[in-house]
Structure formats: C-alpha cells, structure tokens
Design a binder for this molecule. Sequence first.
Ligand code: TUI
Length: 308
Amino acid sequence: MKTRITELLGCEYPIIQGGMAWVAEHTLASAVSNAGGVGLIAGGSAPIDYLRDQIRKCKEETSKPFGVNIMMMSPNADDLAQLCIDEKVAVVTTGAGNPAKYIPAWKEAGIKVIPVIPSVALAKRMERAGADAVVAEGTESGGHIGENTTMCLVPQVADALEIPVIAAGGIADGRGIAASFMLGAEGVQIGTRFLASEECQIHPTFKELILKAKDTDSVVTGRYTGHPCRNIKTKFSKKLASGEKDGSLTPDEFEELTLGSLRKAVQDGNLDEGSFLCGAIAGMISDIKPCETIVRELMEQAEKLLSK
Ligand code: TUI
C-alpha cells in the first residue's frame, strides 16, 4: 500500500509504532521496522548515553528506517534533539509539547519530522514550522492525551493541512486502519497492539493486563494536574482517579505518587505503584504475536476492506 507516508519514510506499510515511554526500546523498534512499518525508540526522560546505545543497537538489528520519539517535557529534550542529528536518525516524532524550535536543525540534517498533536491549531502551527507530517492523536490513545477523539480529530486535521496525516488512538486491527484512511489519514500510529507483541520487553504482568482488559478497563487520570494520562484500571490507577475526584489527593500529592510510576509498571510489573499506560482499544487485544505477524495481519485486513 503506497501513500505519501510510505514515500516520505521509505517503508513498506503506512504503520508507525507509538513512541511509548519506557516501553519502546530497540528490540521492539527494530522488529516493527523489519516487519515493514517504522519502529520508534522512546526518548522519555532517559539519559543520553542510554539512548545512543539504543539507537546503535537498533541500527545493528535493522537496515530499514526507524525513528526516535522525543517527549518535549523531558529535561533531556535539547540533548536528545542533537543526538538524533549526530546519529543520523531517519525519523523523529515528538509528544507532550511543541517542537517548533528544533525543526529547522532536524530538517537541515535530513530528518523527517512528525509531531504528535491533539488539536487542529497545533497541527497548523507544526505545518507552518516545517513538519513533514503530523500524527493526529485521539483521546483513545494510551499515555498523555488530548480531549478530542480520533473520529473527530483526524478528518479536521486532514482538511486543515496540506502535509499528510497519520491517525492514532483506538487502532488495533485492519478495520481501524481502513477507517482511518476513510477519515483522510495516509498512515496510522499503533501503540497498544504492539505492547502485546513477542518482541515487546515489558513485564509479563503488563502484557497480562492488556490481554485481560475489557472495553471499559481504561481510565484517564491526572486531568487536574494538566497531564491527563490513560492507564489500565488497577488498584493504583483507581486510587489516583478517586483521589482526584473526591479531592483527597492534591495535584502535588498526585504528582508525587506518580513519580517513577511508568518504570515501576514496565520493568517491575508493580500493581500497587505502577502506571500501566495503554489505549482504550486494549479490550480488543487477546493474543501475543510477533510484530511481523501483527503487521502482516493488520495490512491484509485493511487492504481487503479498502478494496471493497
Ligand atoms: O506524548 C504523548 N504521550 C505520552 S508522553 C508520556 S510520558 C508522560 N508522563 C507523564 C506525564 C506526561 C507525559 C506518556 N504518554 N502523546 C502525544 C501527545 N502530545 N499527546 C498530547 C500531546 C501534546 C500536548 C500538548 C502535544 C503538544 C502540546 O502542545 C501544547 C503547546 O501548545 O505547547
């Protein structure tokens, strides 16, 4: 399937992997790229030496294009932006803020720049700043989210921009891809489906939570801190949600409790103190497969639907 996204990124299929903080490391990224999509390594707030090592390992594992996701709230964002230039990374996606100040240097270095945006206004600013494409991310996504849904956001962003749009949020099978294309997207970003892949290195407890999740098993916490995050319902996320609702946790206490909680979920599978970020589509995912199988099945189903 050829679109402006496959042409821009030099990949076989218009699928990019979500830049999931603490989750998206070189093993997952190279597996997605080798499967014909575009894998991403998450910068998160990790030290630069760790990320350089991740990028170099990924280069050893795949000759296909892969990218790095930079979280704008990271204290390391400046250094990571430069690392992507030094390491000649093919693609950069950004989240949780406005990357405009970095775009000229990335473009100069030949990097394809794809900001993740939750609104039409920010999408237009990114196009004016020189972005090559945007990911329009609906509130169905896991992690840090905006308020608009994928169904409402994607067509409005597609109408507002000349550059291609990648849809994200609530996409985990070929039907989601076909629907995204009907909304005007030319690619999709998929996160939660890849959590349940063989190559994803998260704690087995995290994978188990995804496989067991029902349609109603995700919850958004932290709206009152200004950083709403979608997680799987656990004892911990329910405690955060009720503390936020009934006022028994101040925003400062909430932030204190969630400090380090992504690592505790991903590495330790800690159900008492970990934040298991995942999208609202987790309820549809019931098996763990290799990335190659996931990508092939997604594309087979999407192509069949789109050719009808
Ligand atoms: O960034 C994400 N998802 C993430 S980042 C993350 S790590 C984190 N942990 C705790 C708190 C905050 C982050 C976990 N998941 N998705 C892309 C995304 N970007 N969603 C929303 C945005 C966004 C929000 C505001 C992008 C730009 C923006 O700009 C505001 C402005 O005007 O500067």
